[in-house]
Design a protein around this ligand. Structure first.
Ligand code: ADP
Ligand code: MG
Ligand code: ZN
Length: 605
């Protein structure tokens, strides 16, 4: 999809042109003009002309060491150099020639006009030009002032590189949902006949990088209708009060072009709850109100479908999500194993890649990656191939790229002492061993202890947890024990602790707190919600909603819970001390251990 834009030149360009023009003019034109209007003669000619009575007036310019004089009619101006001549004045007086002050200067009036007025005119003209350009930049085409509130929604029309549903891999439910919209846009009459009305608005929600924007474009590509797109933040820019009129204008344009799609990306920028709190944003609320009004304003079935995308659905104003507005919600979730494999394949088509690449293996290794990350993995693999002067990317390139994208590049000369390397080996094996002993299955796909640019000292590739949605109390407790396993190994083996466990501590605490405050898994609080999640798709921040005393009790229980699991982890490691040593030694020497190697050593007699 292409949009047509006039190329913009930077402001400075115009200023420089103006200045150069003025300079050129003054340096070349002015002397030339002066030459034209003043005739140079020698002093003798001047004396002779005086005597012949051919001189009209005379002006003596002592400072410039010259004399200007005119002919009888005052039309031609002559100039001559001043020569020391005491008899000059008496002679002039005798000939009755007026010795003038300013009049002769008038002869060069033309040149002063050109020298001073013209540059000013030039500047004003350029100024006008510039302000017109500015106006155009702010609004549509046409002239000044009147279109300040015009929306600058870009219209994408059908084009050869239009994005289709086939470009969006996985996300089958979302595509199915949207296919109906496409069908409607292609043939609205089918729906009108039976009296069914399409939802006016469809809200795509999901974590960042899962293909929401991509899906919206694909809908337009499939339906082959005009596509207006604007991001939420664009509504609220530049001028106060323009947001609302932009919305109005956008919808006016859309109605003219129906059937069509209006896509508002990152709608949370304008669609936040109007909570009347301090620091409320009037501009934003007006824009939102206008949007609500517009959505009510047009009847169903007029062929305008509004798509919107956000990763903060919980922050949207309830008025936006009520039936009749964005009443259909399409979740665009992180891809599952199959989805990841398909996304990898879609993007692999864009690069040269070896035939024998096992995409399902890559997909399994990249568990938890979003569509955008998978696209990045493929690209990193291609870059790696170029760096190593190969003509196509291989399996190995892809596998290394997963770690690059998720954990950062390998640090080439990281400074890690031998002792530190040993600690890291024990720490990572500690996690894995505690996990393996609790579930009796391979806990990891791979552990490496090569430091990464992200700051991680090692990297553990977890095993896909399968598609289960519910977690039992025991499973969460086991998970917490696994998180504490790293630190536990340090304690068991070295009797001291390091800073390497900060992330583990954070995660273990989060889980324990959720068990007590959200999942109702404590004995004291029964099924009471003590905290609420704010950003489901962006990290999952929580806020407490309970009294101080309760909050203190929760803290206490969290500590107890984590401590209990920590003790369990220490016990497991102590009971399996010889395996711990053996596995840590293997990792220390090889720097990498796969899930199979891990299990082989663990299960060996
Ligand atoms: P967001 O959900 O944040 O709007 P985007 O739609 O902008 O994410 O996706 C970013 C990029 O990630 C896309 O341009 C595409 O290359 C890739 N991508 C994400 N999801 C998918 C998918 N399901 N299939 C193919 N590519 C995807
Ligand atoms: Mg997006
Ligand atoms: Zn750890």
């Amino acid at each position: 999809m292409k949009e047509v834009k006039t190329p913009k030149k930077p402001l400075i360009f115009y200023y420089v042109v103006a200045i150069v023009l003025v300079f050129l003019f003054n340096m070349l034109m002015m002397p030339w003009m002066a030459e034209r209007s003043i005739r140079e003669v020698d002093y003798t000619t001047f004396v002779q002309m005086t005597e012949n009575g051919e001189v009209g007036q005379v002006q003596i310019q002592e400072q410039d060491n010259r004399i200007l004089f005119t002919d009888k009619d005052g039309k031609v101006v002559y100039r001559t150099a001043m020569v020391p001549d005491d008899s000059l004045l008496p002679r002039l007086l005798e000939a009755n020639i007026p010795v003038a002050g300013q009049e002769i200067e008038q002869a060069s009036l033309l040149s002063s006009i050109l020298g001073w007025v013209l540059p000013i005119v030039l500047f004003v003209a350029i100024g006008q030009l510039l302000s017109r350009k500015m106006m155009q930049r702010m609004g549509g085409p046409n002239s000044m002032m009147f279109n300040m509130g015009k929306s600058n929604a870009k219209v994408y029309v059908k084009s050869a590189d239009g994005i289709r549903f086939t470009d969006v891999a996985g996300e089958d439910e979302a595509k199915e949902n949207l296919a109906e919209i496409v069908d409607y846009l292609q043939d609205p009459s089918k729906y009108k006949d039976i009296g069914a009305s399409m939802p006016k608005g469809v809200l795509l929600v999901g974590p960042p990088g899962t293909g929401k924007t991509l899906l919206a474009k694909a809908v337009a590509g499939e339906a082959n209708v005009p596509f207006f797109t604007m991001s939420g933040s664009e509504f609220v820019e530049m001028f106060v009060g323009m947001g609302a009129s932009k919305v109005r204008d956008l919808f006016r344009q859309a109605k003219e072009k129906a059937p069509c799609i209006v896509f508002i990306d990152e709608i949370d920028a304008i669609g936040k709850k109007r909570d009347g709190q301090m620091g409320g944003n009037d501009e934003r609320e007006q824009t939102l109100n206008q949007l609500l009004t517009e959505m009510d304003g047009f009847e169903g079935n007029n062929g305008v479908i509004i798509l919107a995308a956000t990763n903060r659905p919980e922050s949207l104003d309830p008025a936006l999500t009520r039936p009749g507005r964005f009443d259909r919600r399409v979740p665009v979730e992180l891809p599952d194993l199959k989805g990841r494999e398909e996304i990898l394949k879609v993007h692999a088509k864009k690069v040269k890649i070896a035939d024998n690449v096992d995409f399902s293996r890559i997909a399994r290794m990249a568990s938890g990656a979003s569509g955008a990350e998978l696209a990045n993995i493929v690209n990193e693999a291609a870059l790696r191939a170029v760096r190593d002067k190969r003509r196509f990317a291989t399996q190995e390139d892809l596998e290394e790229s997963i770690e690059v994208v998720i954990a950062g590049y390998q640090k080439k000369n990281a400074i890690m002492t031998d002792h530190e390397k040993q600690i890291v080996s024990y720490h990572e094996i500690g996690h894995a061993l505690v996990a393996a002993k609790q579930t009796n299955s391979a806990p990891v796909q791979k552990i490496t202890i090569v430091p990464r640019t992200s700051g991680a000292l090692g990297y553990t590739m977890q095993v896909e947890e399968g598609n289960h949605v519910l977690m039992s109390r025991e499973e969460i407790e086991n998970k917490i024990a696994t998180f504490t396993g790293g630190r536990a190994a340090e304690e068991v083996v070295f009797g001291s602790v390091t800073t390497g466990a900060s992330n583990d501590i954070e995660q273990a605490t989060k889980l324990a707190r959720a068990m007590i405050a959200r999942y109702g898994m404590s004995d004291d609080f029964d099924m009471v919600a003590l905290e609420t999640v704010r950003n489901q798709y962006l990290g999952g921040d929580t806020s407490l909603a309970c009294s101080e005393e309760t909050s203190a009790k929760v803290d206490q229980q969290v500590v107890e819970l984590v401590r209990k699991q920590h003790q369990k982890a220490i016990r497991i490691l102590q009971e399996n001390r010889s395996k711990l040593d053996e596995l840590a030694k293997f990792l220390y020497e090889k720097e990498t251990i796969t899930g199979e190697e891990f299990m082989a050593i663990l299960q060996a007699p």
